[in-house]
Design a protein around this ligand. Structure first.
Ligand SMILES: Cc1cc2nc3c(=O)[nH]c(=O)nc-3n(C[C@H](O)[C@H](O)[C@H](O)COP(=O)(O)OP(=O)(O)OC[C@H]3O[C@@H](n4cnc5c(N)ncnc54)[C@H](O)[C@@H]3O)c2cc1C
Ligand code: FES
Ligand code: FES
Length: 477
């Protein structure tokens, strides 16, 4: 399987007949751009971080994202600008200000992780509307250093961030300002023009080809079986623009299956509908994983601990499936049949999720416990959407992950709590029902008893966080 793939790698136009499942990291290193390192090849260490940039027509500029090149098939960078550490070097031997700050602070020892950190920091400067020391540290959440203990890196990152005030340099003038200050080389200023002339196609998915395996972001498939992907008959969804975007239509919010976790959590529409949803970002993977991982991938890998799945179960969403000709709608709460099996037929793909717009007085929350606080999948997760009328629960949707073979919608618990008041007694009765709805197993993420206890604690946390006024301090719920 091969196809013509066009993209710009640093300054160079790449137009090649490639197997679309070639891992970008392998392609880059074979081009002798060896600054991008291969560490874990599982999305965990960030040594392979590169930037991908694509034209955003709403903002009329190129938007860059830091991604793990070890998990991206080259098909997914078709039509984009790919920037490696070599593409950030200034002419001659002059260090750019980020590289210089790393030297000043002793933030590089063996140097294996350093290109990844510099690329992630450049992504931060290219992206963040407001720069501050909290944001800058968050932008490094996908990078690990085995030598320095991170303190010198954090110092370097904060210092370089504090040196510049980009708040005033919004769209249009921002890249010019970054280039004048040598954070990015001058050639970046022509990239929008060059990308707009690239020969790429909007390929609509057609499932009549007999190829029945779909790839979106690749963050699951390329961890699990990259070599197998090279020889598989697969359909890359990334070139179908009809699967992208988040939009409102009458009383429905539609989220395209190719929307990334970053796009969902940073979306203006989602943040207007569900204030605070942006705060869940820190609980999902890392910045580069969130920049690649899609909603379609999270829902359809059918993991019992998918975080987006838990969130959208509680948002009472509907899955829209298509086989290119016919569409059908299935409530997400009825989508999962058994472990890793959904109602989707092999020739169907998920087009989007639809959510009925919430009305009235409502609140959401998402909770997750994992072995590590960051960059880890859940032992148990849960989300809640609750509609209140005065002090009575008019409607409630609760999800739970990691406590059954499938992501669970806690139907009986929700039914019990409907039309009840928020009180210790009612919540404790509801939790007894929850315990009868779940069937966790003991595994590497914890014993069955531990997971039962965790879910109890997390559901109580929903109520305590959302309605602190009902629970006096120091008294156990
Ligand atoms: C380091 C790391 C950290 C992670 N952290 C988290 C985390 O914190 N929380 C979490 O939930 N997950 C996490 N993940 C898992 C993964 O990133 C997510 O599940 C992600 O949403 C998968 O999306 P994708 O687009 O990359 O999927 P892909 O790898 O492209 O696909 C995954 C599966 O879904 C199918 N598929 C994809 N799109 C469609 C579609 N539109 N229709 C039908 N089938 C489709 C594919 O065939 C495949 O079986 C992590 C992964 C890594 C590597
Ligand atoms: S090599 Fe470790 S994240 Fe890619
Ligand atoms: S400097 Fe050696 S891994 Fe970071």
């Amino acid at each position: 399987m091969s196809g013509n793939i066009n993209f710009i790698l640093n300054k160079e136009l790449i137009s090649a007949d490639l197997n679309p499942a070639t891992v970008l990291l392998d392609f880059i290193r074979n081009k002798k751009l060896t600054g991008t390192k291969e560490g874990c090849k599982e999305g965990d260490c960030g040594a392979c971080t590169v930037l991908t940039g694509e034209i955003n027509s709403d903002r009329d500029e190129v938007i860059y994202s830091a991604v793990n090149s070890c998990l991206i098939p080259v098909q997914n960078v078709n039509g984009k600008h790919v920037v490696t550490i070599e593409g950030l070097n200034l002419p001659g031997k002059e260090l750019n200000p980020i590289q210089q700050e790393f030297v000043n602070e002793g933030a590089s020892q063996c140097g294996f992780c350093t290109p990844g950190f510099i690329v992630s920091l450049t992504g931060y400067f290219l992206n963040k509307g407001i720069l501050n020391s909290g944001n800058v540290i968050d932008s490094l959440d996908g990078n690990i250093c085995r030598c320095t203990g991170h303190n010198s890196i954090i110092r370097a990152a904060k210092k370089i961030s504090d040196k510049f005030d980009f708040a005033v340099h919004s769209n249009g003038t921002r890249y010019k300002f970054l280039s004048e200050n040598k954070i990015i080389p001058e050639y970046f200023l022509n990239i929008k023009d060059r990308l707009s002339k690239l020969n790429t196609f909007d390929i609509k998915v057609s499932s009549d080809s007999g190829k029945k395996s779909f790839v979106s972001g690749g963050t699951d498939l390329f961890v699990q079986r990259p070599d197998e992907m090279l020889n598989s008959e697969i359909i890359f969804l990334c070139n179908d623009s009809t699967l992208k975007g988040i939009f409102l239509n009458k009383d429905v919010c539609t989220i395209g299956s190719l929307s990334t976790v970053t796009e969902i959590l940073e979306s203006g529409i989602m943040n207007d509908l569900y204030p605070g949803i942006i705060n869940f970002a820190g609980l999902f993977g890392s910045t580069p994983i969130r920049n690649s991982a899609t909603l379609g991938g999270n829902i359809n890998n059918a993991s019992p601990i998918g975080d987006m799945t838990a969130l959208f179960l509680a948002l009472d969403s509907n899955v829209i499936l298509s086989d290119s000709e016919n569409k059908r709608t299935i409530p997400l709460k009825n989508y999962y049949r058994s472990y890793k099996t959904t109602e989707r037929k092999p020739d169907e793909y998920m087009e989007c999720l639809n959510i009925k717009l919430p009305e009235g007085n409502y609140y959401i929350n998402f909770e997750k416990v994992s072995k590590r606080t960051y960059l880890d999948i859940a032992s148990v997760n849960t989300a809640i959407l609750i509609f209140m009328e005065k002090d009575v629960i008019k409607e409630i949707h609760l999800s739970a992950g990691g406590v059954a073979p499938v992501p669970l919608y806690l139907a009986e618990t929700c039914e019990f709590l409907k039309d009840k008041k928020i009180s210790r007694e009612n919540i404790n009765k509801a939790l007894e029902i929850t315990q009868s709805e779940i069937s966790p197993i003991s595994d590497a993420r914890g014993s069955s008893d531990y997971k039962r206890m965790l879910l109890n604690g997390l559901i109580k946390t929903h109520f305590i966080k959302l309605f602190p006024e009902y629970f006096s301090e120091g008294v156990e719920l």
